[in-house]
Design a protein around this ligand. Structure first.
Ligand code: TNX
Length: 499
């Protein structure tokens, strides 16, 4: 029998029988595994006919035992015999429960878990997904739904692209006009919106309960047209580029006009005023509040697609903004273009070039490692969750590639950027840009099943890569996602009928 597990655990030994669940199944907590017990009892409560009692009584056959250890890793051990024994740190127990979610099977109303012994530990520490809430504003409930989905695949970083030309999405007390004047719209006339600080705290807490660390991004110095709606003295006039002009004509989208909401999705036309001290007062206020609001170690400062900004100005900006971020107590993260500059020591670079990168992209990416930092790999031809699955796909873009499930699965992070020390790679991230998205169903369509391919690259040992085996395992997850009410695309190359 195929165990439908994605990402594949480091070690799996299948047994022959199965463990039967019933409404009398007990969850036994050992050594304070309370949070895990409530996560598991919630999961079971959502399965028709299942219920569970949580207890600290001694365990007997038929029980599910959750045993917490005080290690701070993400590993867990799962043994399913005549009982279920799950042992791990808080994060490890959470991941073990995600594994149980995938193992839990229903047959004619009877629920069971196949007997198995699993020892599991992730390959990479940074396993990220990104949601663009600037081109389309997604409310708190949708972000939580996104966290549910991503954390079920053992992703542990949620990068939120909070600002862009089309809108500013986070309340900043010292600069109230950002949300009063620059948050009202999204791309293509879609409604805008923003998170109050309490909303944002709620997202952070929900993410933390799902073992995801929020990485907030304030995209700078470009992608900043919206700031000009609120604080016009902080931004330059739009600079048109050929790509923008051609794209706006072919898509029938408006060109950016200073002081008016931008509703197209062309890039590279905006910049903050890099040499004005008032800009730096603004940035100190904004980044200071974001840093204060964010418990996680990272603050993403953008750095992509500054097509109208002179190189020397861009480099001066990057040098100063990464230093400021460190001063504010956070590790800066920046898109790889920022590697043209003397980034602050320790800055993390996010590579988004193709899987056969240009010499310039390589050079910029290596710079982060040379300066004591590390790299997150998001090769746009493989890891971009906003690309179409096929040319006919109604959603998504295709400028980087058309990415079917096999393309999303068949790449190796250490082989993308020649010369990059594998030890400098902290992990991978799948960005979901939102130009073509309006609903959670749209998000699901681009996310499932491709995110499962990325999750396996992020978590499973490199030696486990096997497309045909993955196809079988992922096919069995369709019913698991259905049971959760999660949508998604079901490409015909996969047999989704596996139970
Ligand atoms: C490029 S990738 C962008 C975004 C777009 C995306 C669409 C990157 C760092 N910048 O501004 O949303 O393409 O695929």
């Amino acid at each position: 029998m195929v165990l439908t597990l994605v990402p594949l655990p480091s070690s799996v030994t299948a047994g022959s029988g199965s463990f039967a669940l019933s409404p009398a199944t007990r969850i036994v907590i050992v050594d304070g595994a309370d949070a895990a017990a409530s996560a598991l009892s919630d999961l079971l409560a959502h399965r028709p006919g299942l219920r569970s009692e949580v207890t600290t009584d001694p365990a007997v056959a038929g029980d599910i035992v959750l045993r917490s250890t005080d290690s701070d890793d993400e590993a867990y051990r799962l043994d399913v015999t005549d009982r279920v024994e799950l042992t791990g740190s808080a994060a490890g127990l959470f991941y073990g429960i995600q594994t149980l979610r995938q193992l839990l099977r229903e047959d004619a109303g009877a629920w069971s878990i196949p007997q198995v012994s699993i020892v599991d530990v992730p390959r990479f520490a940074y396993r990220g997904v990104m949601l663009d809430v600037a081109r389309t504003f997604f409310d708190v409930a949708t972000v939580k739904a996104f966290i549910d989905r991503a954390s079920s695949l053992k992703f542990n970083r949620l990068h939120l692209h909070l600002t862009d030309d089309q809108g500013w999405r986070l309340q900043i007390d010292s600069r109230p006009l950002l949300t009063e004047k620059a948050a009202g719209t999204s791309a293509l006339g879609r409604p805008g919106g923003f998170y109050t600080k309490d909303d944002f705290r709620e997202i952070i807490a929900y993410a933390a309960a799902h073992h995801m660390v929020v990485v907030p991004e304030i995209d700078l110095p470009g992608h900043t047209h919206a700031i000009g709606l609120a604080y016009p003295e902080t931004v330059e006039a739009p600079v048109m580029n050929d790509m923008l002009l051609a794209q706006s004509e072919s898509l029938g989208q408006p060109l950016p006009v200073a002081g008016e909401p931008y509703q197209g999705w062309g890039v590279g036309h905006s910049s903050v005023r890099i040499h004005e001290e008032a800009t730096w007062d603004f940035l100190r206020d904004v980044l200071g509040e974001v840093a204060e609001l964010t418990p996680g170690p990272y603050l993403h400062v953008g750095g992509d697609e500054c097509l109208g900004t002179p190189q020397a100005d861009f480099d001066a900006f990057v040098e100063r903004v990464t230093a400021l971020t460190i001063e504010l107590g956070k590790t800066p993260v920046a898109w790889h273009e920022a590697g043209s500059a003397a980034v602050a020591e320790g800055t993390v670079g996010q590579f988004w070039g193709s899987d056969t990168p240009s010499p310039e992209h390589i050079e910029h990416t290596l710079r982060f490692a040379e300066r004591g930092g590390s790299v997150i790999l998001s090769p746009s031809t493989r890891a971009y969750l906003d690309m179409k699955y096929s040319p006919e796909d109604p959603l998504g873009l295709s400028w980087a590639a058309v990415i079917d499930l096999e393309a999303a699965y068949s790449w190796e992070p250490t082989a993308i950027v020649p010369g990059l020390d594998p030890h400098a790679i902290i992990g991978i991230e799948g960005p979901l840009w939102a130009e073509t998205l309006t609903t959670l169903d749209d998000v699901d369509h681009l996310f499932f099943p491709r995110a499962a391919a990325l999750a396996e690259i992020a978590w499973a040992p490199a030696s486990a890569k096997d497309w045909n085996a993955f196809r079988e395992r992922v096919g069995g997850l369709g019913s698991v996602w259905d049971a959760e009410g999660w949508g998604g695309h079901r490409p015909a190359e996969i047999d989704w009928s596996t139970p």
